[in-house]
Ligand binder design. Structure first.
Ligand code: GLN
Length: 334
């Protein structure tokens, strides 16, 4: 081989070595830069509207914006409003599902709730006409309300204390209800009242409908900071062990089913768009929080109260998507 060829071969080998360096081997420096870029890029974005169907939510400061990544080692990267409490709302749903699976295993979810994102037959026209998803899945209200009703407890108070206690173990912190939001839900919430009545009518609830709805409302009104929500998510990413307290909160065996359901329906009618763009399981809440999980690696939380028409935080969606893409975190990457 002549010298020019040797050099060319060496260059090619070097190039291959670089090209094959695992794109996902994001060290904390690159992750930090990805968070910085995403935070700066969307800091001034004002797209979306604060939720107002629960009157007290309309009082949220629309300009709040926080981003947190917590790794399975408990390392924390935080930008912006990550210590401001907000109502967890639907971002609570995967965690109550996790508790149910801890108590009763995965079969109860398949048998009594369902895990289908649309709940409709393959040739259904209804979805086209209604433009809305329905059917039971623990990530949407009907399925989430059934999930609450199935939590094993002798009384509503015990059901609530088990749910809150579980959230606290996941967050590694004491958590409380946002009293103003809870009071506000109590005088509105008419769709959920309709849902719980229909569920009771169909015989699908595991507990009294009025009490079930009240516990569901309390779970939605739990106040979390972005950092606390990230710790809850990082516990899922870390196969059930809280990376901060280092305590096992749930069995590793129950984690992947929870993440599967999040992947399929965690972002409501934007779940497909989300999977396409970000490629990681996530759950949003109308309080403005989104918790996204990279199994075995980290949780990323975005908090910003302005929501898309679907009810997902616009800035949190954009920022987490950018971080996932910058750091090649998507689960479907070859
Ligand atoms: N608890 C709220 C509700 O049921 C949660 C909705 C949400 O965050 N999308 O209306």
């Amino acid at each position: 081989m002549n010298p020019a060829r040797v050099i060319a071969a060496a260059c090619a080998a070097l190039f291959c070595a670089f090209a094959q360096a695992p794109a996902s081997a994001a060290d904390s420096g690159t992750l930090e830069r990805a968070l910085d870029r995403a935070f700066e890029r969307y800091a001034d974005l004002e797209e979306g509207e604060v939720a107002d169907y629960i009157p007290a939510l309309a009082a949220a400061d629309p300009d709040r914006f926080g981003l947190v990544a917590m790794t399975v080692d408990g390392d924390l990267i935080a930008r912006g409003d990550t210590e401001v409490p907000f109502a967890i709302m639907s971002a609570a749903k995967p965690f109550t599902l996790a508790l149910l699976m801890q108590q009763s295993g995965p079969d109860i979810v398949r048998e009594k709730i369902g895990v289908e994102p649309t709940g409709m037959p393959f040739n259904s026209l209804i979805g086209i006409d209604r433009g809305q998803r329905h059917g039971l899945n623990p990530m949407v209200n009907a399925g989430a309300i059934v999930t609450v009703s199935l939590i094993d407890a002798a009384t509503p108070e015990q059901r609530w204390s088990r749910i809150l206690g579980f959230y606290q173990s996941l967050a590694g912190a004491g958590l409380d209800i946002m009293a103003d939001v809870y009071a506000s839900v109590g005088v509105s919430n008419f769709r959920n009242r309709a849902i719980v009545n229909l569920l009771e009518n169909n015989g699908w609830l595991g507990a009294d409908p009025v009490e079930t709805l009240d516990v569901y409302n309390r779970q939605s009104c739990v106040a979390v900071t972005a950092r606390q929500l990230a710790t809850m998510g990082a516990t899922l990413a870390n196969a059930g062990v809280n990376p901060v307290t280092e305590k096992r909160v749930m069995d590793a065996a129950n984690v992947d089913e929870v993440l599967a359901v999040m992947m399929l329906a965690g972002m409501y009618d934007e779940s497909g768009t989300w999977a396409f763009a970000a490629g990681i399981p996530a759950k949003s809440g109308v309080g403005g929080g989104i918790v996204a999980i990279v199994p075995g690696r980290m949780a990323i939380v975005g908090f910003s109260p302005r929501l898309s028409a679907t009810g997902n935080s616009v800035r949190a969606m954009r920022a987490i998507t950018d971080i996932a893409r910058d750091e090649s975190l998507g689960l479907f990457q070859p």
